[in-house]
Design a protein around this ligand. Structure first.
Ligand code: HBI
Ligand code: FE
Length: 259
């Protein structure tokens, strides 16, 4: 896959400097426009935990300084942001998560990518992923996911584990007293899918089921046709706490499920 970030300056753990002074005024303005567009949607469609966290991050003014947010994060849940050039190899990615470091891409999409982008950029990673790292239970789950990823590499079951990430961290829904809300970063940062995943009658919304999620393939270039709904981050933590070895053996013997 031809990645668009600059990997030449990356360290052995694929981290880079954010070089915040290198962002142009146009890039800060584009980030603000993306932030403003989503700000009209999140009150109705994002989960309460995300809404609560974004209030503490004054990210509406432009591309945030990762170091400043890392200081807030460390104080709250012991996480920090690690700046990366874009998608990084699984082992580096899992190792960062297993050390409570979340990889955030340093480059911002182009104006013509306002509505859709293939690779995660700083808006997707920061607006979509970072706020929930302030939630203790979610943050602990992601830490376990990172450790589980390193184990999955040893068991050669990363393809199955990536489906769990897809249907939770990227495109997960959560029940609230007011109805279903989005917590997945791919939803929270999406101009169109955020309303669709909560309101549209087309997609299936299944109660979260670990084995089914591990079996269900996903499409990366269109809205999801199936979403998994958790009751709470505590349920996600509880349901994914057991050792996956036996589950992987069961699931890998079964055919994958189409989305
Ligand atoms: N790298 N920067 C970055 N962000 C991701 O979300 C990411 C990655 N590398 C691998 C990866 N995700 C997935 O393949 C794993 O979750 C399985
Ligand atoms: Fe993401």
């Amino acid at each position: 896959m031809s990645l668009r970030g600059d990997y030449n300056l990356a360290a052995s753990d694929f981290s880079v400097e954010q070089d915040w002074s290198a962002y142009s005024e146009e890039e800060h303005a584009l980030f603000r426009r993306l932030f403003e567009r989503q700000s009209r949607l999140v009150p109705r469609y994002a989960c309460p935990e995300w809404i609560e966290a974004i209030a503490g991050l004054d990210a509406g003014g432009g591309i945030p300084k990762f170091d400043r947010v890392s200081a807030q994060l460390r104080a709250k849940t012991g996480w920090e942001i690690v700046a990366v050039p874009g998608l990084i190899p699984d082992e580096a990615f899992f190792t960062h998560l297993a050390n409570r470091r979340f990889p955030v891409t340093v480059w911002l999409r182009k104006p013509e990518e306002f509505d859709y982008i293939i690779e995660p950029d700083v808006f997707h990673d920061f607006f979509g992923h970072v706020p929930l790292l302030f939630d203790w239970v979610y943050a602990d789950h992601l830490h376990e996911y990172g450790k589980g990823g390193l184990k999955a590499m040893r068991l050669d079951t990363v393809k199955m584990l990536a489906r769990l990430y897809w249907y939770t961290i990227e495109f997960g829904l959560i029940k609230t007293p007011a109805g279903v809300r989005a917590y997945g970063a791919g939803l929270i940062s999406s101009g169109g899918e955020l309303a669709y995943c909560v309101e549209d009658t087309a997609p299936k919304r299944l109660d979260f089921d670990l084995e089914r999620a591990l079996r269900t393939d996903y499409l990366i270039d269109r809205y999801q046709s199936t979403y998994f709904v958790i009751d709470s981050f505590a349920q996600l933590m509880r349901d994914t706490a057991p050792d996956f070895t036996a589950i992987y053996e069961r699931v890998r013997a079964l055919p994958a499920l189409a989305p």
